[in-house]
Design a protein around this ligand. Structure first.
Ligand code: NAP
Length: 308
């Protein structure tokens, strides 16, 4: 099996199918995609469940997505994961979109069944499960400050906070107009009778130290959904001086080395976790949609552990 397939491979799939010992019936589609940990995690799940098939990576550029989607369908794929930059474009390819995914406006999972394709978003509930697992708290009880509310992942996190009617949600984004637009969209989820004092339950604020300092005093959970931290020289999205021991910090970035944000959280006595648990839970939810059975979480988790 190749590490990454492309559109040319899909067009000549008969030849590929002859070369692989087990049929490839699932995959992740992205651009870039080589960095994805989904194949190692999903193949561990398939093996654990004695499902005689494989999950592969597909490097597909945006103009190629529609043709690739038709080929996946013709080739009897069971399902797909979509990653950057296809999560929004995927919406218009599937015949049906599940209700929450429709509200989020992005899909990361496709199920092909009975001649029909359905799009789901498992990033959002995967985030909620991850927070419960790593911090032993429910999202609905938290005051959340979300950095990077303008991106696709930030939007999924914000929507899940809204669906759960979390105590408070502060949307922060470099381009503040995007955070403001999202706050406007989610406003109806925060108009309930819960009374927490004079402060608004939903706010959009600029990515500025003074504004963040005020908000962090009334925050339980900080979520980093910016891309800041993916490169080793990236600065932390929050100045070290703003971190305090009462905070929980969830960084969606899931590389092995701690990001500057997580390193600073540890030094400040705050609890921190990286995005591996979200990756795990969104993948487990996708597996359950494809196979209608519980995902083997232990095997999937083991597959994601960095080698000692
Ligand atoms: P995206 O759509 O490109 O969004 C990027 C976000 O980061 C935007 O809000 C952008 O703000 C902000 N940003 C970029 N550079 C910045 C800077 N220098 N300073 C401040 N803000 C900056 O990316 P995405 O797909 O949402 O992914 C975001 C992160 O989440 C990535 O690191 C990705 O790997 C991770 N992720 C993890 C999981 C998981 O399962 N753990 C799942 C999905 C994504 P503007 O709007 O102003 O440009």
């Amino acid at each position: 099996m190749k590490a990454v397939y492309d559109l040319e491979d899909l067009r000549g799939w008969k030849k590929i199918a002859c070369e692989t010992s087990l049929p490839i019936r699932l995959g992740v589609v992205g651009d870039p995609v080589a960095q994805s940990l989904s194949p190692v995690m999903q193949n561990a799940a398939l093996e654990k469940n004695d499902l005689a098939m494989r999950y592969a990576s597909f490097q597909i550029a945006p103009p190629e997505l529609e043709e690739a989607f038709d080929l996946f369908r013709q080739l009897n794929f069971i399902g797909l994961n979509l990653t950057t930059p296809h999560k929004i474009a995927g919406l218009s390819l599937v015949e049906e979109v599940e209700e929450q995914a429709q509200r989020i406006g992005a899909i990361n999972t496709i199920v092909f069944r009975d001649g029909k394709s359905t799009g789901w978003n498992t990033d959002a509930p995967g985030f909620e499960r991850a927070v419960r697992e790593v911090f032993s708290v429910d999202l609905r009880d938290l005051r959340v400050l979300l950095l990077g509310a303008g991106g696709g992942a930030g939007r999924a996190v914000a929507c899940q906070c809204a669906f759960e009617h979390c105590e408070r949600l502060v949307l922060v984004n470099r381009t503040v107009s995007k955070a403001q637009a999202l706050a406007h969209e989610l406003n109806r989820y925060f108009s309930g009778p819960r009374v927490l004092g004079p402060e608004a339950r939903l706010e959009a604020v600029p990515f500025e130290e003074a504004a963040l300092r005020i908000q962090l005093a009334r925050t339980d959970l900080v979520v980093n959904a910016t891309t800041l931290g993916r490169k080793h020289f990236d600065p932390s999205p929050l100045p070290h001086s703003l971190l305090a021991p009462h905070l929980m910090i969830y960084d969606l970035i899931y590389q092995a080395a701690p990001t500057r944000l997580l390193a600073a959280a540890e030094e400040s006595g705050a609890r921190g976790a990286n995005g591996l648990t979200m990756l795990l839970h969104q993948g487990a939810l996708a597996f359950e949609l494809w196979f209608d059975r519980p995902a083997p979480l232990g095997a999937m988790r083991d597959a994601l552990r960095p080698p000692l």
